[in-house]
Design a protein around this ligand. Structure first.
Ligand SMILES: [Mn+2]
Length: 434
């Protein structure tokens, strides 16, 4: 007797892989763990007759001569099949897409890092030239979409997309798919919520009850907005924030939920480069330390500009500048001596323009070098004010592809400093208050 089985808390990728394996190995019996995910349970309750499965208790292990394991590589993840691990007379086959090395020693294995394990089995079915029923194709596509986030997760491979195309050719039904695939509050979301609650603390900031949780998440987890919503409700605070970051801290997702009109989160999220509604907002930050993000968020909540770092704290001053009637020859000399790529042009404290090495390309004749800088300077100057945040400075630099921003006092319109790309980078990477 040959059986096929998969991991506990069976998801659609696992169920699809089990059913697909029974097509690749005709006569093999599908054995499902007792514990399957709720949406898989719902699917099976409707499709039971089409996809007959046994529970581990219904299998006579003594009669098993071959075991096919799909979507896991660990004995501990299987349900009730551990005795087979000791048996030498059981031929074991493994189909899996997990990168880590498990403890299931298979005589034959197909292990590739696809987005879903069903992709590997669909490839095999296609190679064998087998046709699928529309219902089989639908189940397989649900599994494929669930594990790849509709082919959007970073782990998705071209093979996954090809498998999806094949399943659509086999008449997978996208309408049925939608009803079972709705990303609900599942295992991953529950784990994130528990993690947030473990470190939860309520604080009074600026008169509001607020809670901020910083959580490391592995790969993509959808439905985090729902998690933050639940977190806020459980703690019963005015506003709650989740800072979700990858292990390397390179990507940081901030999600905020507010319950009170006086504390709109969309403005806060805009300050972090995101947006939203007064009661719900989010921001995605890249290359910013999660601790720095938390500090920025706290400062924004406190509305305390004195404690938060501003462009005025990073800028250098006094600024070396030239007046608008300085001849181009003199400017060229200054740029060379200072070793800089550009200079602000300032008359009585007010910025008139910027002259950069690039502008010298506009000089056609040697005679023109005697002309004043105002004839060649760029008058479309992008500036920033000292009260703005380092993040805003970074965004302006990225948007306009410029490495230095003159800092202008908003009231007087005077040039008071200059902030460079490296100043901003120094802030994000080095200024990490303990
Ligand atoms: Mn999987």
């Amino acid at each position: 007797m040959q059986i096929v089985s998969t991991h506990k808390a069976t998801d659609f990728d696992a169920l699809a892989s089990v059913i697909a394996a029974t097509l690749v190995y005709p006569g093999a019996v599908a054995v499902l763990p007792r514990l399957v995910n709720p949406n898989v349970r719902a699917f099976l309750s409707i499709h039971k007759d089409l996809f007959p499965t046994l529970t581990p208790a219904e299998v006579n292990l003594a009669a098993v001569t071959a075991l096919v394991v799909v979507d896991t590589n660990r004995w501990s993840r299987l349900d009730g099949l551990a005795p087979l691990a000791q048996r030498r007379d059981v031929a074991i086959t493994l189909w899996d897409h997990h990168a880590d090395e498990g403890d299931i020693q298979a005589g034959w294995r197909c292990v590739e890092r696809t987005g879903a394990s069903i992709t590997l089995l669909v490839d095999e079915i296609r190679r064998l030239g087998k046709d699928l029923s529309p219902i089989q194709a639908t189940l397989f596509l649900i599994g494929l979409y669930e594990d790849t986030g509709n082919l959007s997760f970073p782990a998705t491979t071209p093979a996954d997309a090809r498998a999806a195309a094949f399943l659509l050719e086999q008449k997978a039904d996208l309408n049925i798919l939608g009803t079972f695939l709705r990303p609900a509050y599942g295992e991953k979301q529950k784990n994130v919520l528990f993690e947030m609650l473990r470190s939860a603390c309520r604080q009074r900031i600026n008169g509001f009850q607020v809670s901020i949780a910083r959580v490391k998440v592995d790969g993509h987890v959808d439905g985090l907005a729902v998690v933050v919503q639940m977190y806020r409700e459980i703690l019963n605070v005015d506003a709650a924030f989740g800072i979700f970051h990858t292990a390397d801290g390179q990507r940081c997702m901030v999600i905020g939920r507010s319950q009170v009109d006086d504390l709109p989160v969309d403005g806060l999220m805009r300050s972090l480069g995101g947006g939203g509604h007064p009661r719900a907002g989010s921001a995605m930050l890249k290359g910013v330390n999660p601790k720095t993000v938390e500090k920025m968020l706290r400062d924004l909540l406190a509305g305390n500009r004195q404690t938060s770092v501003q462009v005025g704290d990073l800028m250098s001053f006094p600024v070396f500048s030239v007046t608008s009637d300085t001849p181009m020859t003199a400017v060229a000399g200054i740029l060379r001596r200072k070793g800089c790529t550009g200079l602000p042009v300032v008359d009585s404290g007010e910025i008139q323009g910027v002259i950069s090495r690039r502008d010298f390309r506009k000089v056609r004749k040697a005679q023109q070098l005697k002309a004043p800088v105002k004839a060649f300077m760029n008058t479309q100057v992008i500036t920033i004010t000292p009260e703005q945040s380092p993040l805003q400075a970074a965004r302006v630099m990225v948007k306009h592809d410029i490495g230095r921003l003159p800092v202008v006092d908003l009231d007087q319109g005077k040039l008071i400093g200059i902030v460079t790309r490296s100043d901003v980078m120094m802030y994000f990477y080095d200024l990490l208050p303990a």
